[in-house]
Design a protein. Structure first.
Length: 246
């Protein structure tokens, strides 16, 4: 078995679209993700959405059985989001196939990455971006756990919590620059000067001194970002956050 090629991906997508057109229970189908905007590259997966006019569980079961039987799927998982269930399939050639099964009344664009292939789509409210306040709050909570983990000598937990703190700060950067903030999708679009500052939050080892150095860098970066969204909150958090640094 070899790794999938873009041609393999395109062939399977054609099969899926054709099957959807012939399934009377499907009110519409759309490409989503990067493929909807013509931005798919060598490593892109298949992002496909189906509007379901009928018993969704039945449709999901039929499509799942088809993919296992005809295309050798080795595993799948479900990710619920709003009214949709995203069933994520793993093929043996490592191709990922995401199929969103959505009730017909709620099938429609929630982001620019939606291209209707056939059928009808209903107007939907857009997806709400991550909340800057929520990211700031999670960041200071992670910071508390970085501090306690270091003090307890739990170096791996300290590094884990530091990763959460760093990711919250990077999400704030994405929000400030108006690039996709979910799951790091817009990080490559940030100015290099911004991401360069985050390099100091990476650890080179689990030595205590190294963890403390990266922790200090992450806290200062958090305060720098927080001030862009809520200067009063940043000022309020500055003293306890710096106190955590010891």
């Amino acid at each position: 078995m070899t790794i999938f090629t873009p041609q393999d991906r395109d062939r399977l997508l054609t099969v899926l679209i054709d099957r959807a057109r012939r399934d009377g229970r499907i009110s519409g189908a759309a490409l989503t993700g990067s493929g909807a905007l013509g931005g798919a590259d060598r490593w892109s997966d298949i992002d496909f959405a189906l509007g379901i006019d009928g018993d969704r569980d039945e449709v999901m079961a039929d499509w799942t059985a088809f993919l296992y039987r005809e295309h050798g799927v080795v595993h799948h998982m479900d990710v619920p989001s709003r009214s949709a269930i995203y069933r994520v399939f793993l093929l043996p050639d490592t191709l990922q196939v995401d199929i969103a099964f959505v009730p017909a009344a709620e099938f429609g664009a929630t982001a620019p990455t939606f291209r209707l292939l056939f059928g009808t789509a209903a107007e939907q409210p857009p997806v709400t971006p991550p909340s800057a306040r929520a990211e700031i709050d999670m960041a200071w909570l992670y910071a508390l756990h970085v501090r306690s983990s270091i003090e307890r000598g739990r170096d791996w937990q300290a590094e884990y919590m530091l990763g959460g703190l760093r990711n919250a700060v990077l999400t704030l950067m994405c929000l400030r620059h108006d690039v996709p903030a979910s799951q790091g999708r817009g990080l490559h679009l940030l100015p290099p000067s911004e991401t360069k500052a985050a390099l100091a939050t990476l650890v080179g080892s689990l030595e205590e001194a190294e963890l403390r150095r990266a922790f200090r860098a992450a806290v200062e970066l958090l305060l720098d970002e927080a001030v862009h969204f809520d200067a009063d909150l940043a000022w309020t958090l500055a003293a306890p956050l710096r106190l955590m640094l010891g």
